[in-house]
Design a binder for this molecule. Structure first.
Ligand code: ZN
Length: 126
């Protein structure tokens, strides 16, 4: 007769990797310190990624705003890229007929693969 040894699955702490030898089977951390550290790391990463997006949007906005102030309503992607414009960051997007209409806060523009044009302020933007 063969007796199979019963092997209990021992969970490991998501923060330090130590085995969690007691407590509920779905426990994720070995101690409060690990739980807190994990929460703080996640919160810090989340804040950092929001900051990156907000910085990109602010930079784009400043570039677009400067173009409007200079009476320029169109620019090619290469020039925009050299100014630091990041085309994938915008606050809204919609297909408008054959065009891709984008906006960065209260500035609207149409984007193609090679340029943006019709850069203008949205009237009555709230
Ligand atoms: Zn731990």
């Amino acid at each position: 007769m063969v007796y199979k040894k019963y092997e209990r699955h021992i969970p490991v702490c998501l923060e330090c990797g130590d085995q969690i030898r007691y407590g509920r089977a779905d426990k994720k951390f070995c101690c409060d310190e690990c739980r807190t550290r994990n929460y703080n790391d996640k919160a810090r990463k989340s804040r950092a990624s929001k900051r990156r997006v907000m910085n990109a949007l602010s930079r784009n906005y400043e570039i677009l705003d400067n173009l409007i102030k200079a009476d320029v309503d169109s620019a090619d992607m290469l020039s925009l890229a050299s100014m630091g414009f990041m085309p994938s960051f915008m606050t809204s997007f919609r297909k408008c007929g054959k065009h891709d209409e984008c906006s960065c806060f209260d500035i609207r523009y149409i984007m193609t693969g090679t340029r943006i044009y019709s850069i203008s302020k949205i009237e009555n933007f709230d």
